[in-house]
Design a binder for this molecule. Structure first.
Ligand code: SF4
Length: 433
């Protein structure tokens, strides 16, 4: 049993879904009179909200746990707790390998965490979150888990099957966030396009986006983690017509050759992928399309890779990321081994990113002289770091405003004129008109 004014530090690793989980943990602990502090070296206990997605993320999680264990051994910390995906996935092994850890929790294991601190879960306040993002934007996690059978992915092992959050609950959450000053929502889930099929019997992502846009304080909404094989048609027109819904879609494709898509169990073909992209671009003017690919998947031949290279050149995505294939135990593709060397994976990734760099530069260059609305994220030295409707936080480029005459409040929306660019960022000056 730990006394009431315990100082707790919550360390968040991994993706934006983990960020939301940590925000809930922090809010619940604070509601149970715990002090939440940033620095684990000054805390009585630490909760590490881990990531278990791929090898690199697992390593980072383990190293973070080991550092906390060192702090405990040196007497600076009383308790070390581990939660999140890595813990959910490998709890029994971790208990054996890391006996210094006081307790392991799963994903979204709020009740057990709060009770470990002698408190009780405030169910009615589970929508409450203490934001870890700048106060003017927040991630809105609309569902948990995933029903897709992607051969390489361990997320369903850690997060379970797809569960949508009821619209009323999300509306409440949006109202709470807006009341805190949030103006931009980043809609996330493992597969946002599956929203509603479990609780409403059909995919109703479009209706949800319209509903949450009704909050008058919310100005921008961006959609991430769309899944290509079942993109709800009605959502396309809703994104196109609703002014608060940024013409921004993140849709990981992972690959394009039919041979690889089949092996990855993505449930879509090259032809249907291209048809979907054409449909999105035709029906949503000025669409900003983000995607991610995997390089070096076991079944990827040189020919498959060349096909992907040509596809990236042809489509010209606005934003693109590439991850090296990481064999994950208990996934379908794990049994295929890891035949493609790290060097080749890296080489293929850099070839793709080199192409994307040029595409991104051309697109940025075409914006010079244009006006656009941006939100101020941060101030560093004499420049403002901002984002436009084309930029999601943490993953996309920025709009940099060099030393304007006036002070710009973080979270404020301003119209700027683009006067320069580099591969990924834009340089702007405040619109004097
Ligand atoms: S859509 Fe595929 S890659 Fe994404 S979380 Fe689900 S199983 Fe994993």
């Amino acid at each position: 049993m730990i006394d009431k004014k315990e100082k707790v530090s919550v360390i968040t690793l991994g993706c934006s879904k983990n960020t939301v989980d940590s925000e809930r943990i922090i809010s619940q602990l604070r509601l149970n009179d715990k002090d939440i502090i940033d620095d684990p070296e000054k805390a009585d206990s630490v909760i590490i909200n881990t990531c278990g997605f791929i090898e690199a993320a697992k390593e980072e999680s383990i190293n973070t746990i080991l550092s906390a264990v060192e702090l405990k051994k040196s007497g600076q910390l009383k308790k070390v707790y581990v939660a999140g995906c890595l813990s959910e996935r490998y709890m029994n092994d971790l208990k054996i390998e890391l006996p210094e850890v006081d307790r392991f929790f799963g994903t979204e294991d709020y009740k057990n965490i709060v009770e470990e601190y002698g408190g009780d879960l405030k169910y009615e306040l589970l929508g409450e979150r203490e934001l870890l993002t700048p106060k003017h934007y927040a991630y809105l996690k609309i569902s948990e888990g995933c029903d897709n059978p992607c051969s390489f992915c361990a997320i369903p092992i850690m997060r379970g099957g797809h569960i949508s959050k009821p619209i009323e609950k999300l509306e409440q959450e949006v109202n709470l966030l807006a009341a805190k000053g949030v103006k931009e929502l980043i809609v996330i889930g493992q597969d946002t396009t599956d929203y509603g099929k479990d609780i409403y019997g059909k995919r109703v992502l479009g209706d949800l986006l319209n509903k949450i846009s009704e909050n008058e304080d919310i100005k921008w909404i961006k959609l991430l983690y769309a899944y290509p094989s079942h993109f709800p048609d009605e959502a396309i027109d809703i994104i196109a017509s609703n002014p608060k819904l940024c013409k921004y879609i993140d849709m990981p494709l992972q690959h394009i050759s039919d041979n690889v898509l089949k092996s990855m169990r993505r449930g879509i073909t090259k032809r249907r992928t291209i048809e979907l992209i054409d449909k999105l671009k035709n029906r949503i003017p000025d669409l900003t399309l983000r995607t991610t690919f995997i390089s070096g998947y076991p079944a990827e031949s040189e020919k498959d890779f060349k096909e992907l290279v040509q596809f990236v050149k042809d489509v010209e995505f606005d934003r693109m990321g590439v991850f090296d294939y990481s064999p994950e135990d208990n996934t379908v593709s794990f049994d295929m081994g890891d035949p493609i060397s790290e060097e080749v994976k890296e080489e293929r990734r850099s070839i793709l990113m080199e192409i994307q760099k040029d595409i991104s530069f051309q697109k940025n260059n075409s914006l010079i002289g244009k006006q656009m609305e941006v939100v101020i994220d941060d101030i560093s030295e004499d420049r403002y770091i901002a984002r436009s409707r084309r930029d999601a936080p943490e993953v996309d480029g920025e709009v940099i405003i060099e030393s304007p005459e006036v002070y710009l409040e973080p979270g404020s929306f301003n119209t700027v004129e683009i006067y320069d660019c580099n591969d990924y960022d834009l340089f702007a000056k405040l619109n004097s008109k």
